[in-house]
Design a protein around this ligand. Structure first.
Ligand code: ADP
Ligand code: MG
Length: 459
């Protein structure tokens, strides 16, 4: 067989086994030559790939080769530059008549042992908006993405749902592909890790599994809280983790909370996870939300220059829609879709119509307790003094501020607010609310306090 014949075979394979399979398994193979006895030798990046190709595509390869004018009767896969390793799987020839029908374009049953999960093309550093709440996480991710010396291991990113953990991890993977194409970067969710582990156990392919995971240069595991309570998966994860750290390979982990808050996680794993750099993504603030919305609108405008968006809409959404960026994006997408369907400019009215349910759902319910706690904290007094009977000014003024905020920010009635302030009468509450309304216009200190507290409570 010649290189040209291999090239011709390759292009046939892509249509026979499907493009995905082709890209994952065949493309990384390099035709090395034919050994005496008709053994076609291929260089493969890992034993795992060699074994996989041999088991799943060996028949197809041989069948196709027998149809070509070659003397190939067997296949051999070898890991390049690893001549000391025992020769991996060899494929025995079969008479063409017995050749199994090709598994055709359908993926083989066990193709889920495929290396990483696909990366989302939209999740790049370019499209990630940086603000106060995520600047540390972003900086750490950027550093890791350079692919230089491993300085902190693992990088542990955590934060609530929809705050950009997955986005940052994909961005790291994209950058590494560009900056360090020589590195073997593997991204997957903890759930996929478990799935593959269980599958490898079932198919008695633990060696493949271990080899696959031990041969990566950068391992990224998303949503690691998933393995909590799953003992054997944790165990395997721990060994994989240690093996890679020992080889000074970079590991990046994400979770929805800090390592010490993940329940049912073995202590030794917890402390391993904490041993690198732990950074959190804080809930978004108004500025970040506005920045994200602006960047989405800008992208959208490039595709649809006719987009008409009234002033103040983005500000309104950034104010009103909680902390979860996914919800924010969803709202904007819906708004664009709706506006383009009905062919109208996006006005405040249309926005409120179109997003009524989202806006209602994200109306955060602020509780009286929350207000009382924040106010007591702000004035450095005890909660019991804020609510209690003492009338000294040091307590009475904060108490009135708290009552005022309860009236403004909750739907509670005056009598109910009174009850929650140590059983006071509703007229007392009314008086307090009026007093603060007056003072806000006269006393800038009070005005500032109220504004600060309101913002903190609405954040
Ligand atoms: P997580 O993994 O933390 O739950 P994701 O990374 O999936 O969150 O982010 C949810 C959505 O919000 C994604 O579409 C992502 O692109 C977007 N997103 C989150 N943070 C930002 C940001 N700072 N800039 C731009 N988009 C963001
Ligand atoms: Mg995620």
């Amino acid at each position: 067989m010649t290189k040209d014949q291999w090239g011709a075979l390759q292009s046939q394979l892509s249509s026979t086994i499907g493009e995905n399979n082709y890209k994952t398994w065949i493309e990384p193979m390099e035709f090395h030559g034919v050994e005496p006895g008709g053994v076609a030798v291929f260089n493969v990046p890992t034993n795992f790939i060699g074994t996989y190709v041999s088991q799943n595509f060996g028949d197809i390869l041989l069948a196709k080769l027998s149809g070509m004018d070659t003397d190939v009767r067997r296949l051999k896969f070898q890991v390049a530059n690893a001549d000391t390793r025992p020769a991996p799987a060899q494929q025995q020839p079969r008479p063409a008549a017995q050749a199994q029908p090709a598994p055709a374009a359908a993926a083989p049953a066990n193709s889920d042992l495929l290396p990483g999960a696909p990366l989302d093309g939209r999740f790049t550093f370019d499209s990630f908006v940086v603000g106060k709440p995520n600047e540390l996480a972003h900086a750490a991710a950027k550093r890791v993405a350079e692919g230089g010396q491993v300085t902190f291991n693992p990088l542990f990113l955590y934060g609530g749902v929809g705050l950009g953990k997955t986005h940052l991890m994909h961005a790291i993977a994209w950058d590494l592909r560009n900056n360090r194409p020589d590195l073997n970067v593997l991204y997957l969710s903890a759930e996929q890790f478990m799935y593959r582990f269980v599958q490898a156990l079932r198919e008695r392919r633990m060696m493949d599994f271990k080899e696959l995971f031990r041969s990566v240069d950068v391992l990224m595991v998303d949503d690691v809280q998933f393995i909590a309570g799953k003992d054997s998966t944790q165990e395997e994860f721990f060994h994989t983790f240690n093996a890679l750290v020992d080889q000074n390979k970079q590991i990046i982990i994400s979770a929805d909370r800090a390592p010490d808050e993940i329940k049912d996680l073995e202590n030794r794993i917890r402390s391993r996870l904490q041993s690198g750099l732990v950074v959190d993504l804080h809930p978004t603030d108004y500025e970040l939300r506005l920045g994200i919305l602006q960047s989405k609108v800008q992208n959208y405008r490039e595709q649809y220059p006719a987009l008409q968006l009234d002033d103040g809409i983005l500000e309104f959404l950034a104010h009103r829609i909680s902390t979860n960026v996914r919800v924010l994006e969803g709202a904007l997408t819906r708004l664009f879709a709706f506006a383009s369907l009905v062919g109208q400019p996006i006005t405040m009215e249309l926005t409120q119509d179109c997003l009524a349910d989202v806006l209602r759902a994200s109306d955060r319910k602020i509780s009286i307790e929350e207000i009382q706690r924040k106010v007591a904290e702000h004035y450095h007094i005890r909660l019991s003094d804020l609510i209690g009977p003492k009338r000294v000014r040091n307590f009475a003024r904060p108490r009135q501020v708290a009552m005022y905020l309860c009236k403004q920010l909750t739907a509670r009635s005056l009598p109910e607010i009174g009850r929650r302030f140590g059983g006071r009468d509703h007229t007392t509450v009314m008086h307090g609310v009026k007093r603060i309304e007056e003072l806000r216009t006269q006393d800038s200190q009070i005005a500032d306090d109220v504004e600060l507290l309101r913002r903190a409570l609405e954040a």
